[in-house]
Design a protein around this ligand. Structure first.
Ligand code: NI
Length: 201
């Protein structure tokens, strides 16, 4: 990871000892928007020697801060211009998703998804990289999820429903895929306000 200018920059931005350092370094980073080629790359796995270090923890802090500042349900490292296979998600009374069930904050590194069964579900999705828009997307209902945590420990879980949808959406970002690529119906896509006014949301 030491060869990454983006990560080197992240670490430099978080050095400091002032009492307000935490506040100043609360790194809310710009989120790339649809059309930026940085969103279309395949991200690289975190190598073995990347776990437990300051570069990865700085990246996770920035993802957490940026997601919180923008009321996101999840955020993937490529969305802040860092081409590594790291995502964060979690929902706790999110105004962008008022009906969504709570999901504890989770950091997935080098995640692997395996659908369980063939059942799919339709649901509306949005994305901080596609601001203001929502689209109807079909996702696997149930997944086996394997990943490494920030210390490198292997973890696994079965996730379902909305939780599974968030995982699939975020992990798509690691392969350069955004939700408009997966629209169930091109007509079920538009600005959130208009869709809400039309009774779709
Ligand atoms: Ni997204």
């Amino acid at each position: 990871m030491s060869g990454s200018p983006a990560l080197a920059h992240l670490v430099a931005g978080n050095v400091g000892g002032h009492p307000l350092e935490r506040f100043w370094s609360m790194a809310v980073r710009p989120v790339l928007r649809l059309g930026d080629p940085g969103l279309r790359q395949r991200a690289s796995p975190i190598p073995q020697d990347g776990f437990g270090g300051s570069q990865l923890s700085s990246l996770i802090t920035d993802l957490r801060d940026t997601m919180a500042a923008l009321d996101g349900a999840g955020l993937a490292a490529p969305q802040i211009g860092v081409p590594w296979r790291v995502v964060i998600y979690g929902i706790h009374q999110n105004p962008r998703y008022p009906e969504a069930p709570p999901i504890p904050e989770t950091v997935l590194i080098n995640p692997r998804l395996t659908p369980m069964g063939t059942a799919t579900q339709l649901g509306w999705e949005g994305c901080l990289s596609v601001p203001g828009l929502r689209g109807l997307v079909s996702r696997w209902q149930s997944l086996h999820l394997a990943w490494r945590d920030p210390l490198g420990v292997e973890r696994e879980a079965v996730v379902e429903g909305f939780h599974a949808r968030v995982v699939q959406h975020e992990c798509d970002h690691l392969d350069g895929v955004l939700f408009p690529d997966r629209l169930h119906d091109p007509l079920a896509f538009g600005f959130q306000e208009e869709l809400r006014a039309a009774g779709c949301l």
